[in-house]
Every structure is written in structure tokens, then in C-alpha cells.
Design a protein around this ligand. Structure first.
Ligand code: B16
Ligand code: MG
Length: 218
């Protein structure tokens, strides 16, 4: 099998933490008199913590001081972490381990490319940290997806040229980031939402090892 770099997003690809982000953002939004729906939560997928709060405040037509903004960010993350601390291997999405084991058996370089500042903690909670040769997360980047920075750093750390990298992403911004890095983008989720991806699958149960061996840029 040709050597390539495999870069996985975290939230929505390896684990479904969107449900915990939803609970924490909803509690925060409601506490300052702003409604928050599942549809709005969808729009925060792949979006950084700062930008998520900016969007929520804009939806609620609310302006707050910088100090209040910082307090809200901290309290949202504290709430979110209460859920994260309860996580275990049982929350790994279907066939993710199968694919990671296959890539490991084939000695393929594997990286994480996530916007989350909690990525290492989550990977430890679900016992997957050892599967990744490189971990690039929200603590390593200055530009959020759709900027390709996170994936370009991951490719560099794997020692692979971007065009030989394959990105698995559940967010539109992440697919766009992979495309602008000239990587092969594999959307995980709804084909209507992720139509800019080179390939789209509902989840990893639909991805065969033969597909991984033969995949090419479209
Ligand atoms: P945190 P990903 C993203 O992770 C999430 O999709 C997004 O909803 C979240 O706001 C962002 O991480 C930041 O997360 O608050 O933990 O730093 O999908 O890029 O793995
Ligand atoms: Mg994601």
C-alpha cells in the first residue's frame, strides 16, 4: 500500500462530542437570555470556541465586555468538561478503531487535526492517544478552519506532502480547509451538507480497506 498521511478530525469523526457542546452552549446562551437550538449547534461544528461564542452573541443581538466574554468562555468549557470527564471507549464512533488498526498494521502515518483545545484530554479518555503519530489541535493553530493551517501542520509533522494526505472531516469548514490544502477530503456525515468533499460517507462502517488503498483526488 502506498504511504500516505491520514488526518482525522476529532469531534464528529472519532467521537460525537457535539451533543456535549450543545448542552454546554445551550446552558450558557439561556443564562444570558438567548435561545439556542440544535440547528444553531450544527453551525458551530468545527468552529473554534471564541468564534462559537461570537456567533451566539450575534444571534442574540447581544454585546458584552471583554471580561464578561472571557468568563462565559471559561464557564462553557467547565460545563463541557463535566461531560468529557465521563467519556470512555464506548463513545468511539462505529468502525473508527477498525480503520485506525488497519492503518497502524499498514504502518501508515496517522495524525489528528482538530479545532478543539480539549483534543488530547478526549483522546486520553477514549484511550486512542497512542494511535496518533502527530496531534495538532486548537492549542497549536492561529487560524481556524476553513483555513488549512491545522492540516498543513499535521502533514508537516507526519513528513508527508499535502497532496499525499487524506482528511476525514464532518464539518463544511473542515472539508474546505482540506481542499484548500490540496489534500483528499473525505466527508463523514450528510452528503447534502458536505457536497464539497471529494468523497462522502455516512460513517466509517461504509469505508472499506480497499477504498483506503485506492483513494485518489477527484
Ligand atoms: P473546544 P473538531 C471542534 O472540534 C468542534 O467541532 C467545535 O464544535 C468546537 O467548538 C471546537 O472544536 C472547539 O472545541 O471548545 O473543545 O476547544 O471538530 O475540529 O475536532
Ligand atoms: Mg468535527
Amino acid at each position: 500500500m502506498k504511504k500516505r498521511g491520514y488526518i482525522f478530525d476529532l469531534d464528529g469523526v472519532i467521537v460525537d462530542t457535539a451533543k456535549y457542546h450543545f448542552l454546554a452552549w445551550k446552558k450558557l446562551a439561556n443564562s444570558i437570555g438567548i435561545d439556542f437550538s440544535q440547528e444553531q449547534n450544527e453551525q458551530l461544528k468545527g468552529v473554534s470556541r471564541v468564534q462559537s461564542l461570537e456567533k451566539i452573541l450575534a444571534w442574540g443581538n447581544k454585546t458584552i465586555s471583554a471580561a464578561h466574554f472571557t468568563r462565559l468562555m471559561t464557564s462553557k468549557n467547565d460545563d463541557y468538561l463535566l461531560h468529557v470527564h465521563e467519556m470512555s471507549e464506548s463513545e468511539i464512533l462505529p468502525d473508527v478503531i477498525k480503520i485506525l488498526n488497519f492503518l497502524g498494521d499498514e504502518s501508515q502515518p496517522v495524525a489528528l487535526g482538530s479545532a478543539s483545545k480539549n483534543a488530547r484530554l478526549i483522546l486520553n479518555k477514549v484511550n486512542l492517544i497512542d494511535k496518533f503519530e502527530a496531534i495538532v489541535d486548537g492549542t497549536n493553530v492561529s487560524k481556524a478552519k476553513p483555513d488549512p493551517e491545522v492540516f498543513l501542520i499535521a502533514a508537516k509533522q507526519l513528513g508527508m506532502p499535502p497532496e499525499d494526505c487524506i482528511v476525514f472531516e464532518d464539518s463544511v469548514a473542515g472539508v474546505q480547509a482540506a481542499n484548500s490544502a490540496y489534500m483528499i477530503s473525505v466527508g463523514i456525515g450528510d452528503a447534502k451538507i458536505l457536497h464539497e468533499a471529494d468523497y462522502i460517507f455516512r460513517d466509517f462502517t461504509e469505508i472499506s480497506t480497499d477504498f483506503l488503498k485506492e483513494i485518489k483526488k477527484k
